[in-house]
Design a binder for this molecule. Structure first.
Ligand code: ADP
Ligand code: MG
Length: 368
């Protein structure tokens, strides 16, 4: 069983003309028997972090400990094969000229596990990933999803304490990806192996993870549960990356306890539960998710007057664009049974506990 501590982890790469800080001051604690995802846009340092954890590269600064034992520092790195970790890649990396059994048994042969025991372990690993009976097939005779399961079985067969997965589902089509998603989650629960998973797909991260580390430009922007990073983003980058969001400028009009009121337009003042250190008069940006805006009939007692300027029917939900008299337009998502005509008047209201407030137009910083 294995918990992982990354402390001040940093790694730069130099090329002819520049230095890239691929990973910068990454501090995260990964609990034993948990599913943790590194999430962020392409180039944000996810793979580099994973390769540091695996021991393929040496950090410039910082340390990696597993269960309190130092495995990586700028001075020494315990090699990958001595770390008790398995790794699964996007492109499967299985051998085309070996059949399923030969692919999966490989790690046991290297470890000189006796043949009968190796056969039993391969069978167990194949059963775990629902591939029993396909031992003699070659990769060319398997679907993409089955090939990815072979790669998983090959990593699981050596009974690692930690499994590192680098965008393992991105070569699969959407339906299969969703099915493999729930299988992976189930696999983690059943085995108790600590999973460190890399993806650029926020829906995948939300569905799978106990904790998500949202990364950008080599840094961890926020480390929290799926609910925390979605509902209470630490900064604008996280708010924007985790899903659809209206980021609208406003001014703090009143303070009361931890929260207060922000004026977004003369006729649209939203109450906000968490206003941090912002004071009356401060310019801010308010992040409001489309599903947290309520659309009501124009005669409703509360809310601000608006007009429906566009409607997109998406099957499981409806998307409306609600235009305030000031011209500001907000994207709203509602149940598809709630229907408004384009051009119709309406009222909009926002839940105070579901708004996040950031410094206006600014960098990444949120009210602390
Ligand atoms: P991600 O997996 O999030 O897409 P990576 O960790 O692969 O990002 O890369 C982070 C940054 O480091 C990128 O700017 C990438 O170009 C750079 N980088 C990664 N590996 C190397 C390398 N071996 N040599 C030079 N630059 C690299
Ligand atoms: Mg990558």
């Amino acid at each position: 069983m294995a918990g992982i501590s990354l402390r001040g982890l940093s790694k730069s790469f130099s090329s002819r003309d520049s230095d890239v800080a691929a990973v910068a001051d990454v501090d995260i604690e990964i609990k034993d028997n948990s599913f943790v995802t590194l999430l962020g846009p392409s180039g944000c340092g996810k793979t580099t972090t994973l390769r540091l954890i695996a021991g393929y590269i040496t950090p410039d600064r910082g340390t990696i400990e597993i269960n309190g034992k130092l495995l990586s520092s700028p001075d020494s790195v315990v090699p990958p094969e001595a770390r008790g970790m398995g790794m699964v890649f996007q492109n499967y990396a299985i051998w085309p000229h070996k059949n399923v059994f030969e692919n999966v048994v490989f790690g046991l042969k290297i470890r000189k596990v006796p043949a009968a025991e190796a056969r039993r372990k391969v069978e167990e690993a194949l059963a775990l990933v629902n591939l029993s009976g396909l031992e003699t097939r070659y990769p060319g005779e398997l679907s993409g999803g089955q090939q990815q399961r072979v790669a998983l079985a090959r990593s699981l067969v050596v009974e690692p304490d930690i499994l590192l997965l680098d965008e393992p589902l991105s070569n699969l089509d959407a339906k299969l990806r969703e099915r493999m998603r729930s299988e992976l989650k189930e696999l983690q629960r059943r085995t108790g192996i600590t999973f460190v998973y890399v993806t650029h797909d926020q829906a995948e991260a939300l569905a799978l993870s106990d904790q998500i580390a949202v990364m950008n430009l080599g840094r961890v922007q926020q480390y929290g549960t799926p609910f925390e990073v979605y509902a209470h983003p630490a900064n604008r980058m996280v708010a924007d990356f985790m899903g659809l969001v209206n980021l609208v400028p406003g001014t703090v009009r009143a303070r009361a306890g931890a929260g207060g009121e922000v004026e977004i337009a003369p006729e649209f003042v939203v109450r906000v539960d968490a206003l941090g250190a912002f004071a009356v008069g401060d310019a801010v940006d308010v992040a409001i998710r489309p599903e947290n805006i309520r659309l009501d009939a124009p005669g409703a007692p509360d809310g601000a007057r608006a007009e429906i300027s566009n409607h997109i029917f998406l099957g499981n939900l409806s998307e409306y664009y609600a235009k305030l008299p000031s011209g500001l337009t907000l994207r709203v998502q509602t149940h598809p049974l709630q229907r408004f005509a384009v051009g119709a008047p309406c009222k909009i209201a926002v839940d105070a506990s579901l708004c996040s407030v950031f410094r206006a137009g600014g960098d990444a910083l949120k009210a602390a």
